[in-house]
Design a binder for this molecule. Sequence first.
Ligand SMILES: Cc1cc2nc3c(=O)[nH]c(=O)nc-3n(C[C@H](O)[C@H](O)[C@H](O)COP(=O)(O)OP(=O)(O)OC[C@H]3O[C@@H](n4cnc5c(N)ncnc54)[C@H](O)[C@@H]3O)c2cc1C
Length: 499
Amino acid sequence: MFAKGLFWFRRDLRLYDNAALHNALTHCSQIACVFVFDENILGKLADKDDRRITFIWKSILEIQEKLQKLGSDLFIFYGDPIDLIPKLSSSISAEAVFTNRDYETQALTRDEMVQAKLNEKKIQFFTSKDQIIFEASEVTKPDGKPYTVFTPFKKTWYKTLDNHEYDFLASYPIERHLKSTGVASRLIQKEEIESIRLKLSKPGRNEPVLQVRSLSDMGFVEAKDLIVGAGSAAADEQLDSFIKTHLLSYKDQRDFPDLRATSNLSTHLRFGTLSIRKCFRAALNIVRAQTEPKAKENAETWLSELIWREFYSMILQAYPHVQEKAFKPEYQNLMWRVDEKLFQAWADGMTGYPIVDAGMRQLKQTGLMHNRVRMITASFLTKDLLIDWRKGEAHFARYLLDFDLASNNGGWQWASSTGTDAVPYFRIFNPSLQSGKFDPEAKYIKEFVPELKNIEPAKIHKLEFSVANYPKPIIRHDEAKNAVMSLFKRTTAMKDKES
Ligand SMILES: Cc1cc2nc3c(=O)[nH]c(=O)nc-3n(C[C@H](O)[C@H](O)[C@H](O)COP(=O)(O)OP(=O)(O)OC[C@H]3O[C@@H](n4cnc5c(N)ncnc54)[C@H](O)[C@@H]3O)c2cc1C
């Protein structure tokens, strides 16, 4: 048992069912909590009204308010966590730091550096699994190697859950530990936090620490158009409402972007304002209670999507090279087309293909894009325009409120056929057929491409219209098909020659 500890919030912005917070509370007599806005990440953001920063800011204010009600407070800093975490730990005389694991390469390197600095000060560093149910080493093929195909991964995933009687979904009971025991509070009290704050913000031997009291302290402004409510209360509401209204029809409706029939929980799962264990528990309980096979199938399909998230996290952990390179080595050096004009037309939603343009405009206007349309737009960039998937991946990373490196990379490598268990390279989404099938009345298209509001849906799908201010198709889909076939075939042929 440690006398004092520090809990470091990252992508787990909630005060319930939090693995590392539970670990801290059960191993320390008293703890303090901190969130650091990492200057290395924020410094690279292009938009000062980045929606993610507003989402994080509002979510941590919710946490801060709860901690204040418990007599404590949240340290909120801006800077380099590699310096700040050890500095703060020393200031509060912490003997250990607790945090939840992050699997991205940059985060792993950062954590190694934090750990090394803490160890120099004889402070211990503990990490916990929290953002997924199973880590890569927990669901493997019988020979211990990672899966590269989704369906067998999913089977073993369920089997592992079953074998442990669903223990992996158990909630970490934080609430009872947060309360005072007798006169002693488990949280370092406000007054002490305030005096440490003061000490750290004064120029002394070291640079003063930047305490964040508003977004403008970091050079950001509030995004006014956040369409996902921040914080864990909003996440719970969203989960409840999805379960009540759409879970049992999910499979039938999820592909139609105008129906808004998916959960819209990806942002909450990304920032941990919703516990993934809670999500699985809630959905599994419904699946088990269903007697009607069709309803059960619908709910099971949603569970499958959550397992795709686990699958891509596993791929990132087991094959970190995917962050820069194609998963399949034979597709590492495809001769993608370099054409800034075509790329810009795609990014701006001005390709002349209404479903593609609607998706790209939804992304910029809202920070989100429906999954079916993510697949269509990603296929269009890589298979119709023949532009490198990494350019599309980076564009999504800039705008997506739910941006998650593992899922975004997985989605892009799937669509471009360079990834694991990806769509075969000869399967090319036909934008006209896709929009006719999934947006038959062109409601979604008209919402984001108002230039087409007076055009009949059938004409929109067949591209049989002409409207001022809206471009003609920038490429012919039937010709693009041949080009992509020869691009991939050329590589396959080269590979055959080499081997
Ligand atoms: C090119 C491309 C890029 C993507 N980038 C991201 C990203 O950066 N962040 C992200 O969370 N998802 C990403 N996805 C997956 C998917 O589009 C979103 O998770 C989904 O649209 C979010 O909406 P929802 O919460 O309503 O999902 P629902 O349909 O309700 O699904 C429930 C949850 O399952 C997970 N999920 C669903 N589909 C997938 C999937 N294909 N891969 C991984 N997890 C999934 C998400 O956490 C989601 O919230 C991407 C997909 C593609 C094709």
